[in-house]
Design a protein around this ligand. Structure first.
Ligand code: HDE
Length: 698
């Protein structure tokens, strides 16, 4: 199949169509070399009706089937193995032509197709989605000038400053070498040993211990390019830049108890969340922003802007939001479109350039290299990875699994035909920024890289009390899982560089000596944009929030149905959870077939719960699972709503008298995220059930 030169108007969809086929139900099954198969279920063997007999190696059909299967797996990514992705588009609403010539950042009439892969870092391909971890946020934009990859994370800083340390940090966090434990966790001796040994990890480590590392949904996370890149404008002037993505739905997290439970209850929770939102047409969107810094101002700060363990404070360098990204199409097949998707920090387009960020410089080597071992040298030719603009290079050819066939008699440049000539800058040819540079050859970082605690303090100081409480629990959980006293004792002490109070709480919980003095003065400085509570949705919404309605035989159909319709009208994902899936009968005889039965789901997999009134309360009150649903929802501070007979039932499960309201007329009461009502079903206004009273829970 010829690779496409589809124009951008055709988008990536049209491009991949050339390699996409429908599973044709009517077409006969064939071998991969095309002959029709008469029996795919029995190996050719010598035998008879009473004697099966030996299998024949001769059976080319059986051999092909088994051999294909034997080689189905490719190496998983050495980090970020667990992930999922979707296609979408990028649109610019404001040109950044003052700082760059890149078409994707200057042409407001364009729609640029893209692919985004979210991931966790530590776990294997089959690990759970909701582990405590950094999330990858890798965007591939198929621009008219070639592919531009922003291989980012949901946390704006990184653990280390020099790429040469990457194998160390990853070895330390991955399962330990002697027993391959633990999976999907950083809660073990080696990781925390590394953190102690490298004070440069401190800032990122605090983000990792914050609620950012247990997101509610991929759709509710920020994305950051992390590294410092350059933008070059038409005058050839350079600005340093950091890239930002801000979710329309706001930033929301699970609470730790939920995250832990969901790991077992639904390890695919985040995958399914993304897929179902896109399937329902509820496309997640992010504002795209730039922080730009004129080159000559690089040395104006007490940190080095090329140090990836530091954020650029928004007070000093505001974010300029200029575009919007939307995810609007699920993949058709996971392996070719997500597993084989491969990103490269070195994929930039004219108008964008690198910086001397020492982490980025190393990454620029590593990504291409790792794709060669994972996918082979022709990985850029795979449908999901290839550009949508014309591409041709007569020298880069051959290698395993070469797919494209290029006619012609020369494969070198220059050649007597002047075939495949390079492009001059005015023809769109990429030119590197002519950076002036000089120095001695040495293994060094600039002096400002040596400061490691200031921004960790500012981050911690900027969190709300609730976030700080969560962080104390997170540190305590992690260090409690370290059984080498050297590790947890030293770490508890180290925390006193950021907060003595935090260090004391953690030390008490994990059995370390209680630190008595702060190892570094904390002046209480705060900054904006760090606490995730600053990122609430622009418009409050319950769209795509998962809401459970609990029913058993004898429920009140009117209040059930009124609530269900009202929630559905606001695009919430409503699920009826019944005593049995065979069907549940209402007081008035209506039969509802629930989406799940009580023990098939758990409260942790939903954002809110509603219990209609009716006689069914008598059986709910005797059902441990239904009762625990309410108790657990309350413990996780989820909105709980009930009406009429459901009100005292809910009150009993959560031990709160306040939810008992006068039983006359139509009233709605809210208390601790619990909404109760009396009267007909419409008494419960959906707005009372909106997010997000969560956050207080542990
Ligand atoms: Fe990566 N990283 N990384 N990384 N990274 C990989 O490339 C590496 C770093 C990130 O969905 C690998 O294709 C080095 C920072 C994401 O396919 C590998 C260094 C950030 C993904 C690699 C870093 C990231 C990767 C493994 C230190 C946030 C998943 C598979 C200098 C800005 C991409 C692969 C996907 C994947 C190397 C640090 C994000 C080995 C050497 C900082 C989102 O090449």
């Amino acid at each position: 199949m010829a690779p496409t030169n589809a124009s951008v108007e055709d988008g990536k969809f049209r491009d991949m169509e050339k390699d996409t086929i429908e599973l044709n139900g009517k077409q006969h099954m064939t071998t991969d070399y095309g002959i029709k198969i008469s029996d795919p279920d029995h190996w050719l063997r010598v035998g008879n009706n009473s004697n099966t007999g030996p299998s024949l190696l001769e059976d080319q059909i059986a051999r092909e089937k088994i051999m294909r299967f034997d080689h189905e797996r490719i190496p998983e990514r050495v980090v970020h193995a667990r992930g999922t992705g979707a296609f979408g588009t990028f649109k610019l609403f404001e040109s950044a032509s003052d700082v760059t010539t890149a078409g994707v950042l200057t042409d407001t009439s364009r729609t640029t197709p893209l692919f985004l892969r979210f991931s966790t870092v530590q776990g294997s391909k089959g690990s759970a989605d909701t582990v405590r971890d950094v999330r990858g946020f890798a965007v591939k934009m198929y621009t008219e000038e070639g592919n531009w990859d922003i291989v980012g994370n949901n946390i704006p800083v990184f653990f280390i400053q020099d790429a040469i340390k990457f194998p160390d940090i990853i070895h330390s966090v991955k399962p330990e070498p002697h027993n391959e434990v633990p999976q999907g966790q950083s809660a073990h001796n080696n990781f925390w040993d590394f953190v102690y040994m490298h004070s440069e990890t401190t800032h990122m480590n605090y983000w990792q211990m914050s609620d950012r590392a247990i997101p509610r949904s991929y759709r509710m996370m920020q994305g950051f390019g992390v590294n410092t890149y350059s933008l070059i404008n038409s005058e050839g002037k350079r600005h340093f830049v950091k890239f930002h993505f801000k979710p329309e739905l706001g930033v929301h997290s699970l609470v730790w108890d939920e995250a832990l439970k969901i790991c077992g209850q639904d390890p695919d929770f985040h995958r399914k969340d993304l897929i179902s939102a896109i399937e329902a047409g509820q496309f997640p969107r992010w504002k795209f922003g730039l922080q730009v810094l004129p080159e000559e101002k690089k040395d104006d700060f007490d940190f080095d802007p090329l140090d990836a363990t530091k954020v650029w404070p928004e007070e000093l360098i505001p974010i300029r939001y200029i575009g919007e990204m939307e995810l609007n199409r699920n993949v058709d097949e996971f392996f070719p479109q997500t597993e084989q998707a491969a990103f490269c920090t070195s994929h930039i387009v004219p108008g964008i350039d690198f910086s001397d960020d020492p982490l980025l410089q190393g990454r620029n080597f590593s990504y291409f290299d790792t794709q060669i071992s994972r996918l082979g040298p022709n990985w850029e030719e795979l449908p999901v990875n290839r550009p949508v603009c014309p591409y041709m290079n007569l020298v880069n050819r051959d290698g395993a699994m070469k797919h494209r066939i290029t006619k012609g008699t020369v494969n070198y440049w220059p050649n007597r035909f002047e075939a495949n000539p390079p492009a001059k800058p005015e023809q769109g040819g990429f030119t590197s920024y002519p950076e002036r540079t000089q120095g001695i050859k040495a293994r060094l970082l600039s002096d400002k890289f040596a400061e490691h605690y200031n921004q960790a303090q500012v981050f911690y100081n900027s969190l709300s009390q609730i976030e700080k409480m969560h962080m104390a629990k997170a540190f305590s959980f992690e260090l409690d899982h370290c059984d080498d006293p050297v590790v947890y004792k030293r770490m508890a002490e180290r925390i006193a560089t950021v907060s003595l109070e935090l260090a004391q709480t953690v030390a008490t919980n994990v059995g370390a000596d209680t630190p008595t003095k702060a190892l570094k003065a904390n002046k209480g400085e705060t900054a904006k944009g760090l606490s995730q509570l600053e990122y609430m949705p622009e418009k409050p919404t319950i769209a795509t929030r998962r809401i459970a309605i609990l029913i058993a035989d004898g429920f009140d159909y009117a209040s059930y149905n009124t609530m269900k319709e009202a929630l559905t009208a606001q695009n919430a994902f409503v699920f009826t959870i019944g005593a049995q899936r065979q069907g549940v009968k209402s007081e008035t005889g209506e039969k509802v077939v629930p989406d799940h039965f009580f023990s098939g789901m758990r409260s942790t997999l939903f954002d809110a719960v509603f219990v209609p009134g009716g006689k069914h309360i008598e059986s709910l009150a005797k059902n441990g699972v239904a009762k625990f649903w309410i108790t657990e929802s309350f413990a996780h501070l989820k909105p709980i709503a009930g009406i009429n007979e459901a009100v005292p039932f809910i009150g009993r499960q959560i031990g709160l008298d306040e939810v008992h309201v006068a039983a006359s007329g139509t009233t709605v009461t809210e208390s601790y995220g619990v909404v109760t009502g009396h009267g007909n079903g419409s008494a419960l206004k959906v707005s009372n059930v909106g997010p997000d009273s969560k956050g207080l829970a542990e």
